[in-house]
Design a protein around this ligand. Structure first.
Ligand code: 3H9
Length: 700
């Protein structure tokens, strides 16, 4: 038997135990081991069989690293069929998270028991897949088609108790799981309980209201922003209702195969692993000590500062919000309360949750009140002199060993650190707006940042449920530095004849959650405006800022002032085109002598995407980002780049770097030397037939 699976008999109950750390994924040797054990159990004197797992969780799914490689026998369906057809009761004993193929394994058992803290789910859709081992056929047979639709298209796990209410779990076990499961198996045997095979349940199609699947498909597609998996999931559920189970399983298998071979799923699997890899810092030993973080403080209670304070409160960490006076503090607290109010309205938090979280946020106007904080995050507006002044003050006030972090989006972290006598304690923590929603945290390592400060900040990021990516110091770090070219081209496209709506909707169709013009409105046009004011812009090309500057100077700051490139409905925040803005764009185009023309969607996409790729390559060359996959993580989690496209660098690999490079040269020819200077790395990879993925591997 494979070492990943052991089999023994206890009190006449066969116990199959899986041990494949860290998450007991269903790798080939696990499948083989379970199949062998089932073969033994079929013939031996055991009266029932319990399937359980060692370590922190029940099986968390198929081994994702096996996808995209030649299949290895036995396949999971074969294993599950052997389990389901076992001649004695087989019971899954669940702890941790039974996910994907793991939950499908449990569903092939005759009974399922779980400890109350366990969760079960079918998250395949988050990898661009569908449950390919019976999940789409078995869940609706127990929980009904509607519940199956919600569970499988959302991919969100559900607690064992709810799963119990839905019939997906038969028994909740108190105390030791394996002992409890063996006892449960014994009771089933003693009471002569039947071999309950989910496949034997028939779905009564009369219980499905007419038009259900049509509606379901619409809902799935609306949620999926162009992804194909949710649509295929609906097809499987239709098959579960219309076809006998074996035919339904065949259909599911066929559609699973289509998805597993799709670029969409490859992209989403890439991001799954990239997210986890980004948390690993090259050259930083695992055993690097970390500092204890029990109390945080935020300087500045504006949109960013308030959002960051919420991240801490949401994670149960007390936080002090410091503002310059009571009035500003009140304003900041009000925004936080309002944001929590929206979450309550959406049903995602209760009033009691909010009370608890608000209780963790204390206001202050005196630096003395943050002297004891373990980490202070400065989140005031982008002015280097102001930030230096604040850090000098923090240096004088904060206890030794406190981490002093800046939430700057652009400024030089080393210059800020130099304003203190402890640059080793200074680091950048760049949150994304809205900070309480966006998952990314760009952690910026200064020249002198100590290893333990870096390790602590990365760990803290995980604790406040952020996805962390490391950046070196440069203007705009990874994300905003790349964004410069993306935003610039969007602006030039406006001057060349596109409307804001045309640019945004094209990129939204591509998969961006929000187009670049609307994103400017969301972030606040004054942010960039103030940043431009605080640095020397002499020699800069004025065209990309011309319209934005006009808008800011006429009081249109974006969503927060009700108008920017668009007008916003004060209740729904819906955006509407504004002829006034279109007139401003035309005036500015004329000023620069730019002739307006029809522009294709293809051009809009290439003009906006390829600067990301080209700048991303420069960032890699300079060692600002550790890996191309980290750059992808930054874009997917910080800029809502479509996960189904895998991030800009993965997308470029799919387009072929030779094609991307040639297009960059073409744009350089048409639109100017300076903006389209190809990165050496892009040229080298294009010329050698390489890819960013292969480059990452080579770098180790
Ligand atoms: C599926 O099941 C298809 C079937 O329907 C059909 C089959 C025919 N495979 O996340 P963590 C690694 S699709 C391989 O940091 P946590 C992960 O990369 C699958 N590796 O831990 C990491 O490696 P490293 C459906 C996996 O405690 C390490 O394990 N299932 C897999 O924060 C620790 O992971 C899913 O989509 C895997 N399946 O969270 C579940 N899972 O240490 C995916 C994890 O080298 N997994 N790894 O960086 C998860 O959601 C989380 O890992 C879990 C634990 C919640 C389980």
């Amino acid at each position: 038997m494979s070492q990943a699976v052991s089999y023994s008999i206890r009190d006449k109950i066969g116990v199959i135990s899986v041990k494949n750390p860290p998450v007991n994924a269903l790798s080939q040797r696990v499948r083989e081991g379970i199949l062998d054990a089932i073969g033994k159990a079929r013939k031996d004197k055991s009266e029932a069989v319990v399937l359980c797992c060692e370590g922190r969780t029940f099986i968390a799914g198929a081994d994702i690293t096996e996808f995209g490689k030649p299949p290895m026998e036995p396949g999971l369906p074969e294993v599950l069929s052997a389990m389901e057809n076992l001649n004695k009761p087989i019971i899954a004993a669940i702890h941790g998270t039974a996910l994907g193929g793991g939950f499908e394994t449990a569903l092939a058992c005759h009974y399922r028991c779980a400890i109350a803290s366990a969760k079960v789910g079918l998250p395949e859709v988050k990898l661009g897949l569908l449950p390919g081992a019976g999940g789409t056929q078995r869940v609706p047979r127990i929980a009904g088609v509607r519940a199956a639709f919600d569970m499988i298209t959302s991919g969100n796990p559900i607690p064992a108790k709810i799963a119990h209410d839905m019939g997906l779990i038969n028994e909740i076990i108190e105390g030791d799981l394996v002992e409890g499961a063996i006892g449960y198996a014994r009771d089933l045997v003693d009471s002569g309980a039947p071999l309950k095979r989910i496949r034997d349940i028939n779905i009564d199609s009369a219980t499905i209201e007419p038009g259900f699947f049509e509606q379901a498909r619409k809902r799935a597609n609306a949620r999926a922003r162009g992804q194909i998996a949710p649509d295929r999931i609906v097809s499987c559920l239709e098959a579960a209702v219309e076809l006998p189970i074996d035919k339904g399983l065949e259909r599911e298998r066929e559609l699973f195969r289509e998805l597993v071979n799709s670029t969409e799923s490859a992209a989403m699997r890439h991001i799954f692993f990239a997210e986890r890899l980004a948390a690993k810092i090259k050259g930083l030993p695992r055993e690097t000590p970390v500092r204890e973080i029990k109390q945080a403080a935020i300087i500045g209670g504006g949109t960013m500062g308030g959002g960051i304070a919420m991240c801490f409160a949401n994670a149960g960490i007390p936080v002090v919000l410091l503002e310059i006076n009571e009035e500003a503090l009140d304003r900041g607290m009000k925004i936080i309360r309002k944001n929590y109010g929206i979450t309550v309205k959406r049903g995602k938090l209760t009033d009691a949750d909010v009370k608890k979280r608000m209780g963790l946020i204390t206001g202050a106007t005196d630096y003395a009140d943050i002297a004891g904080a373990d980490i202070v995050i400065e989140a005031v507006f982008e002015n280097l002199d102001l930030k230096k002044e604040i850090f000098a003050r923090l240096d004088a006030t904060c206890k030794p060993g406190a981490i002093l972090a800046t939430n700057t989006s652009y400024q030089d972290v080393d210059a800020i650190a130099a304003a203190t006598s402890r640059p080793q304690d200074v680091i950048g923590t760049h949150f994304f707006s809205p900070a309480n929603v966006m998952r990314l945290l760009e952690v910026v390592r200064g020249e002198k940042t100590a290893d333990d400060v870096l390790a602590t900040t990365m760990g803290l990021g995980k604790r406040i449920r952020k996805v962390c990516a490391l950046s070196g110091v440069c203007y705009g770090f990874i994300g905003n530095r790349m964004l410069t070219g993306y935003g610039r081209e969007a602006q030039l496209l406006l001057l060349e004849g596109c409307t804001p709506q045309q640019v945004d909707s094209t990129l939204e169709k591509f998969g961006m959650a929000m187009g670049p013009v609307a994103m400017g409105d969301l972030a606040g046009l004054d942010v960039g405006y103030k940043a431009r004011q605080s640095r020397n812009t002499e020699g800069d090309d004025p065209r990309p800022y011309a319209v934005s500057t006009r808008l800011v100077e006429s009081g249109r700051l974006g969503q927060k002032s009700g108008a920017g490139y668009y007008k916003y409905d004060s209740d729904t925040r819906a955006r509407n085109s504004d002829p006034e803005v279109e007139a401003i764009i035309r005036e500015e185009a004329e000023k620069f002598g730019i002739e307006q023309r029809e522009i294709s969607e293809e051009e809009i996409i290439a003009r906006c995407m390829y600067p990301l790729v080209n700048e991303g390559a420069k960032i890699l060359e300079e060692g600002i980002a550790q890996r191309a996959s980290d750059v992808d993580v930054v874009y997917v989690f910080g800029y809502a780049f479509p996960v189904a496209k895998g991030g800009p660098m993965f997308y470029a690999d799919q387009m072929g770097l030779k094609n991307v490079y040639e297009k960059v040269l073409e744009f350089q020819d048409k639109h100017g030397e300076k903006n389209w200077q190809p990165a050496n790395l892009l040229r080298e990879l294009a010329e050698s037939g390489g890819s960013f993925a292969a480059w990452d591997k080579q770098q180790g």
